[in-house]
Design a protein around this ligand. Structure first.
Ligand code: HEC
Length: 188
């Protein structure tokens, strides 16, 4: 029995040392544009979902989904989120392929998570992804306005839809995929 436990211990120790060396020597690839392994694809996303499920407090959206809230939410979305998450005329922005995990494209796939979970993600962000935590920038009311906007993204009132046609909608969201500027010759 003792030999068995010594065997298990030594195996774990060797795995631990191998992992440490792989990290230390730079064998783990952190490039955002590489194709992630099937294992990472399967477990990383499921882990984020499970963690949100476990930690998001069970709270109700205090706001009514009226025109005032949706207009406020739309303006906040355009200012803070559209550059990554897209706009109706360009739902992909140029980013979905530039980030791993990919940026959800809300005007293509409306978010379907419960509102308390969307609030939690907006408030705290998602570590090791491009999703920032907004609790230092926005107050609770503003974050609930965004949550309400996301829940109603497929049925926005005309006043809110019009916001997307105004000048000042982030160029990053409307520009086609970036091409190198001709005025900046590339080194060969
Ligand atoms: C710099 C790019 C970037 C900005 C700006 C950004 N996000 Fe995100 N967001 C992401 C990425 C990347 C993910 C995917 C994270 C993941 O899959 O774990 C994400 C995920 C989310 C999710 C979870 C969606 C889901 O279905 O899992 C919500 C909700 C969200 N963002 C809302 C917002 C809101 C609201 C704003 C503006 C206040 C915003 N984001 C700004 C990059 C961004």
């Amino acid at each position: 029995m003792r030999n068995f436990f010594t065997g298990v211990f030594l195996t774990l120790l060797i795995i631990g040392i191998a992992l440490f060396l792989a990290l230390k020597q730079g064998y783990i690839d952190f490039r955002a544009d590489q194709e992630p392994s099937p294992l990472e694809k399967k477990f990383a996303m499921a882990a984020v979902d499970a963690s949100t499920d476990r930690h998001a407090p069970d709270q109700k959206n205090p706001l009514m989904a009226n025109e005032e809230t949706l207009l406020a939410g739309t303006k906040l979305y355009i200012n803070h989120c559209a550059g990554c998450h897209g706009v109706p005329s360009n739902p992909s922005s140029q980013f979905p392929k530039s980030f791993y995990p990919p940026v959800p494209t809300f005007f293509r796939d409306a978010p379907d998570m419960p509102e308390n979970q969307n609030f939690y993600i907006i408030e705290h962000g998602v570590r090791w992804s491009g999703m920032p935590a907004w609790d230092k920038t926005l107050n609770d009311t503003q974050m609930w306005q965004l949550v309400t906007f996301l829940s109603n993204i497929e049925k926005l009132p005309p006043a809110a839809k019009r916001e997307f046609d105004l000048p000042g909608v982030p160029a990053a969201a409307t520009a086609p995929a970036a091409t190198p500027s001709p005025s900046m010759p590339m080194k060969r």
